[in-house]
Design a protein around this ligand. Structure first.
Ligand code: PLP
Length: 450
């Protein structure tokens, strides 16, 4: 049997406390040296004390009564939760015999964080990696990929030009079958990781707040992997609302809009193959520069905004470093959905900060060049207080689902996906069966370790 660098099962990513004691000890020590392969066992939402890393946003920021809970992705190895789907896809490829040490090169189509996760996991598992991404992403992203030894293959454009990235990835595969694509937009380990690990972590985080339930889950999709957490939340709370956020400048799910925008990691101009559109209830639009300017307010102007609102200095200190641009998008979307859904005290809205500020200083430097000094009060009011119901679309009706199914077919049939396969995705039983595969996969991961 081929021997692989060992890593955790899905269950152990949710519950690292189930790992054998020596493995946990090694992983804790390895945290100080990020290139130690034992860090694969640190792929989890839990902190060292065993709780899910999350923050309840100050009400002085949100201006709404329900709790807005943010799961913190920046503490994952490599600095974002996208390492989880990259690891899961690579491991499932190993178990299927499609990825082999010494033979395979790993290809990561991405707009950044998945690529960083791919380069990182490949390095730890001993594979060469090439990350394909658009040329217009933040400088910090390319630096991280190089730091992990990944090669870069850049395609024209920026965030919303991901289809070019996909086409390039498929070319790589055609050129050499040893190139294995960790196809985050297409492969179901991404769905499995987020439904099982992120979904159950979100449910657990909410149990410590308010009425202990989840009223709404809000996430801006790139691959739409994170949105799969909503499937798990709905399996426990069928009335919970799942809302996908999009840049107003690239309103693909909302009305087939396809423009360029500034929210790195989301708004990729397509319905991804792994997006279970059945469980998405609303699509809401967020102006891209509101997210960049919101990041400026919370990261660089935090003390001035605290003063402006009459808060004690340091009232928002816990927010330092917590957000990237898409995290701010999720915060804005959560506040607006809380208002739209008339949620009240005790209700919980859960959302995600995929990564932290470390990969965005260059984006804020660029904002300063573009717009100059911030107008604190005007920005704060328009970003965190104003909202417009016309920018929230109910996609629960059948005709909306049909529209999204059609859009998915348009994107994915050219990549060789058949009508019968796409047809199966119109039924929740398809997604539940994919999720249930974890029961077969986990024992194989454990066996591969022995
Ligand atoms: C910064 C950032 N935010 C949000 C997302 C979207 O997450 P998902 O791909 O799970 O939809 C990504 C994905 O790469 C990302 O990098």
């Amino acid at each position: 049997m081929t021997s692989f660098i060992p890593g955790p099962t899905y269950r152990e990513m949710l519950h690292p406390e189930l790992l054998p004691e020596p493995v946990r000890r090694n992983a804790a020590v390895a945290a100080a040296n990020e290139l130690d392969p034992a860090n694969l066992f640190n792929i989890t939402w839990r902190g060292p004390e065993g709780t899910i890393r999350h923050l309840a946003l100050p009400k002085s920021l949100t201006g709404v009564e329900p709790n807005i809970l943010v799961l913190e992705g920046r503490f994952f190895p490599s600095g974002s939760h996208k390492v989880g789907p990259a690891y899961s896809t690579l491991v499932e490829g190993e178990l299927a015999g499609e990825i082999q040490p010494g033979a395979s090169r790993i290809i990561g189509p991405s707009t950044g964080n998945f690529g960083i996760g791919t380069a990182y996991v490949s390095k730890l598992k001993g594979y060469p990696a090439t990350v394909i991404m658009p040329e217009g992403m933040s400088a910090e992203r390319y630096a991280r990929i190089r730091q992990y030894g990944g090669d870069l293959d850049l395609t024209p454009g920026s965030e919303s030009d991901v289809i070019l990235v996909l086409e390039r990835a498929h070319e790589h595969y055609k050129k050499d079958a040893h190139n294995k694509i960790l196809a985050q937009f297409e492969l179901l380990p991404n769905y499995r990781f987020h439904r099982y690990v992120t979904g159950r972590s979100a449910l657990e985080a909410a149990r410590a707040h308010g009425n202990r339930r989840v009223a709404a889950f809000v996430s801006a999709p790139g691959s739409a992997g994170t949105l799969a957490a909503g499937d798990e939340i709905k399996s426990q709370f069928p009335d919970a609302i799942v809302c996908a956020l999009e840049p107003k400048e690239c309103s693909t799910l909302f009305n087939c809009g396809r423009g360029t925008h500034r929210i790195e990691g989301i708004g990729d101009k397509m319905v991804t193959l792994i997006h279970n559109v059945l469980t998405t209830d609303y699509v809401a639009l967020i102006h891209d520069d509101d997210c960049v300017m919101g990041l400026e307010l919370l990261e660089h102007q935090r003390t001035a905004v605290e003063r402006m609102l009459g808060l004690p200095e340091g009232a928002w200190a816990s927010l330092a470093g917590l957000f990237g641009v898409s995290g701010i998008c999720n915060v804005i979307g959560s506040i607006r959905m809380a208002r739209f859904l008339h949620l009240g005290p005790g209700d919980n809205v859960v959302t995600i900060a995929t990564d932290g500020f470390d990969r965005y200083p260059s984006v804020l430097a660029n904002l300063k060049e573009r717009v100059g000094e911030p107008l604190l009060d005007q920005w704060f009011q328009s970003i965190f207080r104003a909202w417009n119901a016309a920018e929230i679309l109910d996609v629960r009706p059948r005709d909306q689902k049909e529209r999204l199914f059609r859009y998915k077919e348009e994107v994915w049939t050219p990549f060789g996906y058949t009508k019968p396969y796409l047809e199966q995705m119109k039924s929740q039983s398809f997604w539940d069966a994919e999720f249930d595969k974890i029961q077969q996969i986990d024992p194989l991961v454990t066996k591969s370790r022995s």
